[in-house]
Design a protein around this ligand. Structure first.
Ligand code: PBG
Ligand code: ZN
Length: 328
């Protein structure tokens, strides 16, 4: 009688499947919820984002209400995006002392002292042209002049009380500029989690509606990475680590699972996977249409990121997962 491998031996019961799991279940503490905060006088402002059912643009007051509910359900961490009332060519509202993000951070920190608050550091939401850096008349995005503004923005977030800053602009040298500026301002203990491997992806489409940050002309291909490249992701990651990044983000997550896996196998720092707006919207759309079991697909999509090696996950599903008790 020939002995052979039978994969089914270890799959016979729920107890066995759990015992032989290679990947631990999701932890609430590893989930980060993104919020879009709008600068408005209308404190009842709460507008569902067309391309992201279940996600909202929120006034400060509505943000506070939503976060309060999520904190009751076990919310541990948030990442904040701002939609300013005024945009200009210098992104002046990105670093304004009373800008929308600075106010949001103060409000949340004051009301929920234990909530871990991450701010996205970028200029696109604050620029009239929607690019992540300064735009020259000839259409080129200027790298080095943008660094000062990014650094000022990060410092203003830290001054407002942000626990960690997450630069997402993909300008070269921004981590060093931000680290130096934070240190000079006395924030030596404020970590930087950089979007190190961030691709020029069509999966960000719904986000640009939510943050009102679509570039008015051109695209982001001269600063975000080429989706055809993988080894280059390691170069970007090591550059950011050399510049002082404490943790890094890979983005998008699911469609770039190969990148996530490769990065996790090659670095000795925390890796966060960002399941972006388009990934969320695809799952929601199919779910709303009844084409998939949305809850199972949602959980499976996140398990895939953990299996690839992600330590934490930024996902728009965080509130839902907490509300339904699907994470431990
Ligand atoms: C800002 C920023 C973007 C995202 C996170 N930070 C948009 C972009 O780069 O165009 C995308 C997040 C998402 O799609 O959920 N630069
Ligand atoms: Zn940007």
């Amino acid at each position: 009688m020939v002995e052979y491998y039978r994969g089914r031996r270890l799959r016979q019961s729920e107890q066995m499947r759990l015992l032989f799991s290679e990947t631990a279940p999701l932890l609430r503490e590893n989930l980060i919820m993104p919020y879009f905060v709008v600068e408005t006088d209308d404190q009842s402002f709460e507008k569902e984002i067309g391309a992201m059912p279940g996600q909202y643009q929120l006034s400060l007051h509505k943000l506070e209400e939503r976060v309060a509910r999520a904190v009751d359900n076990g919310l541990h961490s948030v990442i904040l995006f701002g939609v300013p009332a005024v945009k200009d060519e210098q992104a002046s509202q990105a670093y304004a002392e009373h800008g929308i993000i600075q106010e949001a951070v103060r409000l949340l920190k004051n009301r929920f002292p234990k909530l871990f608050i991450i701010t996205d550091v970028c200029l696109c939401e604050y620029m009239s042209h929607g690019h992540c850096g300064i735009l020259a008349p000839d259409g080129v995005i200027l790298n080095d002049p943008s660094l000062d503004i990014l650094a000022r923005t990060a410092v203003s977030h830290a001054q407002a009380g942000a626990d960690m800053v997450a630069p997402s602009d993909m300008m070269d040298g921004r981590v060093a500029a931000i680290r130096t500026a934070l240190d000079e301002a006395g924030f030596v203990m404020t970590p930087v989690m950089s979007y190190a491997a961030k691709y020029a992806s069509a999966y960000y489409g719904p986000f640009r509606d939510a943050a009102e940050s679509a570039p008015a002309c051109g695209d982001r291909k001269t600063y975000q990475m080429n989706p055809a490249n993988s080894r280059e992701a390691l170069r970007e990651v090591f550059a950011d680590l050399d510049e002082g990044a404490d943790a890094i983000i890979v983005k998008p997550a699911g469609p770039y699972g190969d990148i996530l896996r490769m990065v996790c196998e090659n670095v000795d720092v925390h890796v966060c996977a960002y399941q972006v707006s388009g990934e969320y919207s695809l799952i929601r759309a199919a779910g709303i249409n009844g084409w998939i079991d949305e809850e199972r697909v949602m959980m499976e999509s996140l398990l895939g990121l953990k299996r690839a090696g992600a330590n934490s996950i930024i996902t728009y599903f965080t509130e839902t997962i907490l509300a339904r008790g699907l994470a431990r």
